[in-house]
Write a protein that binds this ligand. Structure first.
Ligand SMILES: [Zn+2]
Length: 419
């Protein structure tokens, strides 16, 4: 623990329901040791260092529930042309032969961009397990999901057995380790069952890409389409070894025992009302990535339906292969532009508390409270209007407002620089 610092604010947004005008926050090392209304500061924290942010709005640091930081070197490198399958193949051709050093460097750069833009914790997923050391040292908190592959007997180094062998070493690290059967077109039924069993046995979060594209739905329902063509062009063609389950991706995952309260579904773009009911009953979480969603030109996301069904919906940026930046503030702005019925406090909750719940890290992240990580974002509102309790969150999320400072795990970050 270091010495104590007391920070002043124009408005302290403690959580998505609570704004304290002129609120202050005290932290020591990576821990919040107090926060409250101006009058409650008297006589406490004598001799503490002062940090004057009294013209800024302080928000809890963001939780980016879904990203792939090891692909941070792919920004603007692989455009979307016509199908997701073609994009995926091109990403593979562009990046998968890169060295471990290139992936580690990309992870380091991505983590730095996250922290510069006010994100304190991530749900990061990687096929390159060797990058975990880099992410672990970055200062970001959260869960690193190690991606597992295995489809129709095709060989992969990323197996549940391999994870079992590496787990003792990984478990010694600061970040929590999660498991991610990648997607229904790269992980078959047995791989999904094995991953779910492994997650349960090791008290681990599970994340999977599910119901992301119409191509995935077509493959699972009928065994047709671009993804089926892709497999049929490869050495292990679909056929005797694999039959389409004839179900929606969500129903398929439910039938394999994958949906539960420690499961995070990335995307869930193509769902029926029955699917939504299954997700709600299971208590599964969703990571919605608005700008990546737009990049792939999917139809409108059912985010409001999820929220109405009391499903915990978090926000993510996805990787820089399908997004312009890793800024969660930009993600919230995009969300509100496309879904104007979503109020500022709901968008903020999705980018903070809901992300923390989806990753099982709510005891440390998502709100500003004593005992939690000393992590916040300080935003200068646009214009000269006086910030009120009612306008603070809207003012912080507004397009012209800028991040002026952030504190991540007790360390001050430089303000965002345009990249
Ligand atoms: Zn993803």
């Amino acid at each position: 623990m270091g010495s104590t610092t007391v920070v002043s604010s124009a408005a302290l947004v403690v959580d998505a329901d609570t704004v304290i005008l002129g609120g202050w926050l005290a932290f020591s090392g990576d821990e919040i040791v107090g926060c409250g209304a101006p009058g409650e500061l008297e006589g406490r924290f004598e001799g503490a260092t002062r940090w004057d942010l009294s013209d800024l709005i302080l928000l809890p640091a963001f939780v980016n529930a879904h990203t792939h930081l090891c692909f941070s070197h792919l920004r603007h490198r692989v455009p979307f042309r016509d199908t997701f399958t073609a994009w995926l193949i091109e990403v593979g051709a562009t990046a998968l032969s890169d060295s471990d050093d290139a992936f580690a460097a990309a992870t380091r750069e991505g983590a730095a961009e996250c922290m510069r833009t006010g994100t304190a914790a991530v749900g990061d997923a990687t096929p390159r397990w060797g990058t975990w050391g880099t992410l672990d040292e970055s200062g970001l908190g959260g869960v690193l999901f190690l991606e597992v592959f295995g489809f129709g007997g095709a060989g992969s180094e990323n197996t549940v057995g391999q994870l079992e062998r590496e787990l003792p070493e990984l478990a010694a690290k600061r970040l929590a380790i999660g498991i991610s059967p990648h997607a229904p077109y790269t992980a078959d039924a047995q791989t999904y069952r094995d991953c779910a069993a492994f997650a349960r046995a090791n008290d681990m979060r599970l994340m999977t890409h599910l119901a992301e594209t119409a191509e995935e739905v077509e493959l699972l329902q009928h065994g047709h389409g671009p993804l089926a063509d892709f497999f049929n062009l490869r050495a292990a063609p679909l056929g005797a070894s694999w039959q389409p389950p004839g179900m929606s991706p969500i129903a398929y995952a439910a039938s394999l025992g994958v949906l539960g309260p420690t499961t995070l579904i990335a995307h869930a773009n193509y769902v029926s009302s029955e699917d939504i009911g299954m997700m709600a009953d299971a208590g599964a979480h969703v990571a919605f990535c608005p700008r990546s969603h737009a990049f792939f030109r999917h139809p409108r996301h059912p985010v409001e339906e999820f929220l109405n069904a009391a499903i915990n919906v978090a926000l993510g940026t996805d990787s820089l292969a399908s997004n312009d930046s890793l800024s969660m503030l930009e993600e919230m702005r995009d969300l509100r532009q496309r879904h104007p019925a979503i109020q500022p406090h709901v968008a903020l909750r999705m980018a903070t508390e809901n992300g923390a719940k989806a990753l099982g890290i709510e005891s440390r992240y998502g709100t500003l409270a004593p005992g939690k990580s000393a992590s916040f974002v300080a935003i200068r509102p646009a214009g000269k209007a006086q910030v009120t309790r009612e306008t603070a969150m809207g003012a912080a999320l507004e397009g012209e407002a800028e991040i002026e400072a952030s504190l991540i795990a007790g360390k001050r970050m430089p303000a965002d620089e345009e990249t």
